[in-house]
Design a protein around this ligand. Structure first.
Ligand SMILES: [Zn+2]
Length: 144
C-alpha cells in the first residue's frame, strides 16, 4: 500500500480511496491544500522540526515545505529552480546519486548545510526517491 505525505504540512495519508494509480502530482493535500502529495513506499514519521524539500530528477527544487525556512533561512522563492545541493551547500551529494541511481531511500544521513546567513548547520537528512515517472526526490531535513 502506498503512503503519501504532504511536503508542506507533513500530513500523512494512507487512505486515498480511488486516488491510487494516479500520479502523485494529481493529489492535493486535504489538510493544507498544498498542490501535491509525495508517494512513499513505507510510512514515515517526520520530527516536528523536519522540513521537506521536493526536487525534480535534476535535483532542482520544486517545492519547500513548512520548517525549511526555520532550518535554512531560505524561503521557497529563494530555493525553487535551484540545484538543492548547491542551494543548501549539502556537505555530501552521494546519497542523492544513490537514490537516483538505485531508486532506494537513504535514511539518517548526517550532513551539513549552509544557511542563508552563511552558517554551517548540522542536519540529518532522509532521502526518498519519487516513484512516479518524473523520477525526482524528496529530502527530509532535521536539525541534529
Ligand atoms: Zn498539507
Amino acid at each position: 500500500m502506498p503512503f503519501f505525505i504532504c511536503p508542506n504540512c507533513k500530513e500523512r495519508s494512507v487512505d486515498l480511496d480511488g486516488y491510487d494509480g494516479f500520479s502523485t502530482q494529481a493529489i492535493q493535500c486535504r489538510s493544507c491544500a498544498f498542490g501535491f502529495l509525495y508517494e512513499l513506499l513505507e510510512d514515515y514519521y517526520p520530527a516536528p522540526e523536519t522540513g521537506f524539500v521536493v526536487c525534480d530528477r535534476e535535483s532542482r527544487v520544486l517545492a519547500a515545505g513548512r520548517g525549511v525556512f526555520e532550518l535554512t533561512g531560505y524561503r521557497d522563492a529563494d530555493l525553487i529552480g535551484r540545484d538543492v545541493t548547491e542551494a543548501l551547500a549539502l556537505s555530501d551529494t552521494t546519497p542523492i546519486e544513490v537514490v537516483r541511481e538505485w531508486g532506494v531511500r537513504k535514511m539518517g544521513q548526517p550532513l551539513e548545510i549552509r544557511t542563508s546567513a552563511g552558517i554551517e548547520k548540522r542536519v540529518v537528512v532522509d532521502f526518498f526517491p519519487a516513484y512516479d515517472d518524473d523520477g525526482g526526490l524528496l529530502l527530509a531535513l532535521t536539525p541534529r
